[in-house]
Design a protein around this ligand. Structure first.
Ligand code: HEC
Length: 147
């Protein structure tokens, strides 16, 4: 058993060591790897426009990107890889709420123009190439992909 003062030292030393480690690793990520992992040089005006559409239409009210958002609808970080761009375009431009009969849930029928759909796709393509150290894990089942 630790004495009270030993426990105090153990607690303080542990807190200090791991705080320094945490701050050091955060610094390393932000200063050395951030632009490389996010492919910052590939953020085109189209990608930015897609991001604005993503924000303005509250897509995160139902979906997640990088695991952030709501869990009503599918995770979209790798949606282009999973589904293919033509499928995604169909969902975004659909005049009626898109939904596979298996899920029982429906996507909002935004009826985006082709330009807007392309901007959102550019955003998803960029998002899908960000190096997330393996996130999201590949599903164990196969989803049909349209080419
Ligand atoms: C009210 C909730 C809701 C909102 C808000 C919403 N979606 Fe969806 N979305 C869904 C649901 C539910 C599905 C799955 C439908 C299905 O395939 O059965 C879906 C499917 C999708 C898919 C296909 C995903 C896949 O893996 O099959 C894409 C892409 C998508 N949404 C993009 C968007 C974008 C972009 C926005 C914002 C402009 C948005 N969604 C806003 C509910 C929503």
């Amino acid at each position: 058993m630790l004495t009270k003062s030993q426990a105090k030292i153990f607690f303080l030393a542990g807190t200090i060591i791991f705080s320094v480690l945490f701050l050091g690793l955060s610094y390393d990520t932000h200063v050395n790897k951030h632009d490389e992992q996010t492919n910052a040089d590939k953020i085109t005006p189209e990608v930015v426009a897609g991001k604005h559409l993503w924000e303005a239409n509250n897509c995160m009210g139902c979906h997640t990107i990088f695991g952030e958002g709501a869990y009503y609808a599918p995770e979209l970080t790798k949606v282009i890889e999973r589904r293919g761009a033509p499928y995604v375009k169909g969902v975004l431009m659909s005049p009626t709420p898109w939904g596979e009969y298996t899920s029982g849930r429906k996507m909002v029928a935004y009826g985006f123009s082709e330009k807007e759909a392309n901007e959102l796709i550019a955003y998803f393509e960029w998002i899908g190439k960000v190096d997330l150290n393996g996130f999201p894990a590949k599903p164990k089942y196969e989803i049909k992909k349209t080419k």
